[in-house]
Ligand binder design. Structure first.
Ligand SMILES: Cc1cc2nc3c(=O)[nH]c(=O)nc-3n(C[C@H](O)[C@H](O)[C@H](O)COP(=O)(O)OP(=O)(O)OC[C@H]3O[C@@H](n4cnc5c(N)ncnc54)[C@H](O)[C@@H]3O)c2cc1C
Ligand SMILES: *[C@@H]1O[C@H](CO)[C@@H](O)[C@H](O)[C@H]1NC(C)=O
Ligand SMILES: *[C@@H]1O[C@H](CO)[C@@H](O)[C@H](O)[C@H]1NC(C)=O
Ligand SMILES: *[C@@H]1O[C@H](CO)[C@@H](O)[C@H](O)[C@H]1NC(C)=O
Ligand SMILES: *[C@@H]1O[C@H](CO)[C@@H](O)[C@H](O)[C@H]1NC(C)=O
Ligand SMILES: *[C@@H]1O[C@H](CO)[C@@H](O)[C@H](O)[C@H]1NC(C)=O
Length: 529
């Protein structure tokens, strides 16, 4: 049996930890005596967003099921849980309906978040039901305007769409999207692969040709009329990823088109991540910046140095985009992670008494009705025109009290909440020009998602023994849900490596015991094993 004595002198920090301690920390199967355990082994998770909070949750599932003895510490540099999924309130008034500042929707195929909403008893808002009239703006004109109820729900059967693009483009696109969703759903079955390399996963999913070409190349090669990709698919890639179809990879394009069952947690999606952490019983350290991670010589342990101290860990899970963390890593590890540009996205929320944007801004007659949801295409620029000044503008209902059963808002001068995504900051003057009246404004610049250029190479999931990287998944697919899938995979690999047992037992591939049959539609890997 290996034993290590680690001197606390290794740590210059002011926080004292309980050293020395013994490793390994739990009783080997064949040993006849109880190991004297002084300190539980620990796993550090960096980041309390979708990835980090769900990582803690998956570890706690293994603890609960198999009695794995491990403590979880989650470090988060900001003062809130949720990372890129967080809310704000109109006029900063927390009695009003919250507005999503970052990640806002997930869909039926997102089984972890759907399941978590159910288990944690969170009320969902379905976006399909109040799908508003939608226009696609090219910078100078609307190339397409769809009536309420026909964009999200049924664009592929809408007459206006068929009229403009023909019958085959929508149906072929739907076939591509459905095939991606079908394979994606395989990630929740007992037979789901585990991966320490996204390229291997991509091959396993037969998605190499989706990640190594742009959306426009792939859709064209699959018989979709170019104008359809360049307007309707691009409207989706621009609102979802701030990227155009001739730049973004086709997997990003297909994911953007998969909107069936779009929902969000009514009180804010961050509640999902709060519940993951609460349910995991992890120690959560907010306002705590991780500054450096080092190997502890002659051991397989890691020391994590934060703004408040340091501690030794058997496992480290990095659940934030590495280059944005400013963490000092040993150079042999840092150089494993290629630079990854992220899309700089300006999110502007405002309230206005105008029920619609002003038609004059769009060059329309003053009595024309502008759609409540305006998406955009770059097609005007490609044809020599001007660039749209925004990626999307969307009305999100009347400003009102949030509590359920609250009295109907009787305000005589109601206001609407409007969300704008743009590449550049939009000025107060611009907002006045587009809306006429502006009540309240809030702006946020995000490093929103990776620039999803075509590639067949991805960052490593495993950086070293005991050290894993959740956000390696993001250049493949970047959503809240896929971060919970990436964390499930990482936790499974780490627990197998360090404890010989994963989230669903000893088998690395496939679940051992299932409470639901694998064939069941409701089965979700990791939840039902
Ligand atoms: C405007 C916008 C709209 C979006 N829309 C959607 C959508 O509709 N649907 C969807 O599914 N996804 C959407 N996304 C993407 C989604 O929000 C992200 O993919 C997801 O939330 C990422 O989760 P994460 O946990 O991997 O990373 P993050 O949420 O970024 O979490 C990482 C955390 O690590 C912390 N951190 C970083 N460095 C350190 C350090 N050194 N020490 C301690 N803590 C550190 C950060 O503060 C952060 O809280 C959107 C994103 C944006 C910005
Ligand atoms: C909003 O309210 C919170 C809590 O009261 C406060 O800390 C914050 O400074 C306020 N922000 C603004 C922009 O007023
Ligand atoms: C679930 O939430 C609803 C309303 O939000 C509440 O009435 C109900 O008691 C909750 N159920 C559980 C089991 O927590
Ligand atoms: C993309 O992947 C497909 C499928 O593996 C392959 O046939 C094709 O050559 C690749 N294209 C490029 C540009 O790498
Ligand atoms: C986590 O959730 C499960 C299932 O709902 C429940 O049995 C368990 O008690 C919860 N644990 C904590 C610490 O909240
Ligand atoms: C699976 O079930 C069998 C029989 O009920 C049991 O002996 C075994 O310990 C279980 N395995 C796990 C990992 O739970």
């Amino acid at each position: 049996m290996r034993r290590f004595l680690i001197s606390s002198l290794l740590f210059s920090s002011s926080i004292a930890f309980q050293f020395p301690f013994s490793v390994p920390f739990f009783k080997p199967k064949d040993s006849g005596y109880i190991e004297q355990v002084q300190v539980s082994p620990r796993i550090a998770i960096i980041g309390a967003g979708a990835g980090g909070s769900s990582a803690a949750f998956w570890i706690s599932k293994a603890k609960e099921r198999y009695g794995i003895n491990v403590e979880i510490d989650v470090y988060e540099r900001s003062d809130y849980i949720g990372g890129r999924s967080t809310v704000i309130y109109p006029y900063n008034d927390t009695t009003l309906t919250p507005l999503e500042l970052g990640g806002s929707i997930f869909v039926d195929a997102n089984k972890n978040l759907m399941r978590a909403s159910k288990e944690f008893n969170l009320t969902l808002t379905a976006f399909e039901d109040d799908d508003s009239d939608t226009g696609i703006w090219d910078g100078e004109k609307f190339v397409l305007v769809l009536d309420s109820g026909s964009y999200v729900k049924s664009w592929w059967t809408t007459l206006k769409v068929l009229w403009r693009y023909g019958y085959t483009a929508p149906t072929k696109t739907k076939t591509i999207v459905n095939s991606v969703i079908d394979r994606f759903l395989g990630l929740y079955t007992p037979e789901a692969p585990r991966w320490d390399d996204l390229s291997a996963l991509s091959e396993n999913m037969q998605w190499v040709s989706l990640t190594n070409q742009t959306a426009s190349e792939y859709f064209k090669a699959n018989g979709v009329a170019p104008l359809f990709s360049q307007e309707l698919v691009e409207a989706a890639t621009r609102v979802n990823y701030g990227q155009n179809v001739d730049k973004i990879h086709a997997l990003g394009g297909a994911v953007s088109m998969a909107a069936s069952g779009a929902s969000g947690v009514a009180a804010g999606n961050f509640h999902l991540f709060k519940h993951f952490l609460e349910n995991s019983s992890a120690n959560v350290y907010l306002n705590t910046n991780v500054e450096e991670i080092k190997r502890i010589p002659d051991t397989s342990l890691w020391s994590v140095y934060t703004s408040t101290g340091s501690r030794a860990y058997k496992g480290v899970i990095l659940a934030a985009p590495f280059h944005q963390t400013n963490i000092n890593l040993p150079s042999d590890l840092a150089e494993l992670i290629p630079p990854q540009p992220y899309v700089h996205l300006h999110v502007t929320w405002l309230t206005t008494r105008s029920e619609r944007p002003r038609p004059e801004y769009f060059g329309l007659a003053s009595n024309a009705q502008v759609p409540a949801t305006i998406l955009s295409t770059y097609e005007g620029v490609r044809a020599g025109g001007v660039e749209p000044e925004f990626n999307s503008i969307s009305y999100h209902g009347k400003v009102g009290k949030f509590e359920q059963g609250a009295e109907e808002d009787t305000t005589t001068d109601p206001e609407w909440s409007v969300k704008i995504f743009s590449k550049e900051r939009v000025s107060d003057e611009w907002l006045e020009n587009v809306f006429g009246h502006v009540g309240w404004v809030s702006r946020k610049l995000w490093q929103a998602y990776p620039v999803l250029l075509p590639t067949s190479e991805f960052p490593p999931v495993k950086l070293d023994q005991g050290f894993y990287y959740v956000n390696a998944f993001e250049p493949f697919i970047s959503t809240m849900e896929t971060e919970t899938i990436a964390s499930r995979n990482v936790v499974d690999l780490l627990l197998h490596e360090e404890f010989g047992m994963g989230i669903c037992g000893a088998l690395l591939s496939g679940a051992e015991n299932t409470t639901l049959t694998a064939a069941s539609n409701d089965f979700v890997l990791g939840w039902d094993c």
